[in-house]
Design a protein around this ligand. Structure first.
Ligand SMILES: [Zn+2]
Ligand SMILES: [Zn+2]
Length: 264
């Protein structure tokens, strides 16, 4: 599972050099200097870690962001200690914890929009590596058994040529050494863009949209669900519902960014 995805991802990984000798990597780097996954500039960087040049690495750093451990929205010290916040306390979320790298603003917002285009898949991969760093710093209560991206309808996937959630999940799974289960969830409908909808419409838009695909051992497993952005928290609970229906024991959510829903 993860082995095939690792080799598949090697081509899109900026500055990939694992498995080569230092001399061979240096020689390849001399002839084909790695390019920054965000700005495209050549950079004489390390071959491990996110493939970003110095300035882009800083722009997409993990900010000091105090987030609710349950819903990943910004919260107070008291909420942090409690383990939930006023925005999620009364909500049944179907996942037990959520982590995010940064609020959906500035450079992170621009990066999330950029990586919707297939050409910028290396940026999604680099961002997934950053997500992995954050998860290593702020671990969940237990290590997930499987990493599952939020799926895109096959027609939209074909049209766009990429699903950022898949690439982010793949990068994070590679970096953390956790098994990747791309395809464990399937999107049944061509969904309208969540960003154009009101919170109520968003929930209606994704209701019943996902199902678990047969052949993945989800029963009794702890699943890490990965997406690029979480807004109202409509998509993640719906995807979690499908995983639960397939018998998943516990679900954690990790996204690159978290945006504050309107009216929250
Ligand atoms: Zn750059
Ligand atoms: Zn919360």
């Amino acid at each position: 599972m993860s082995g095939s995805s690792a080799s598949h991802s090697a081509a899109r990984r900026p500055g990939a050099g694992h498995g080569r000798t230092g001399v061979a990597t240096a020689a390849i780097g001399f002839v084909f200097p790695p390019r920054c996954a965000r700005c495209g500039r050549e950079w004489p960087g390390e071959t491990r870690g996110p493939g970003l040049c110095g300035p882009c690495n800083l722009a997409l750093a993990t900010p000091d962001y105090r987030a609710c451990p349950r819903c990943a929205l910004g919260c107070s010290e008291v909420d942090l200690a409690r383990g939930d916040c006023p925005r999620c306390r009364q909500r049944r979320l179907l996942f037990s914890a959520a982590r995010t790298v940064a609020p959906y603003e500035d450079a992170w917002r621009a990066a999330v929009l950029q990586m919707k285009h297939a050409f910028h898949e290396p940026l999604a991969y680099a961002a997934g590596q950053r997500l992995a760093e954050m998860l290593a710093d702020r671990p969940f209560a237990r290590q997930p058994d499987l990493v599952v991206p939020v799926p895109m309808h096959w027609l939209k996937r074909l049209w766009r040529g990429t699903n950022p959630a898949e690439t982010i999940a793949e990068a994070a799974a590679d970096a953390l050494g956790w098994p990747l289960a791309s395809g464990a969830l399937v999107c049944r409908r061509y969904l309208r863009r969540q960003s154009t909808l009101t919170p109520v419409e968003r929930r209606r838009n994704v209701r019943g949209a996902f199902r678990a695909s047969r052949g993945w051992p989800l029963a009794g497993r702890t699943i890490l669900l990965v997406d690029d952005v979480m807004t109202t928290g409509a998509t993640a609970p719906e995807a979690a519902r499908a995983l639960r229906a397939a018998g998943a024991a516990e679900i954690f959510v990790a996204t690159l960014t978290r945006s504050v829903p309107e009216g929250a």
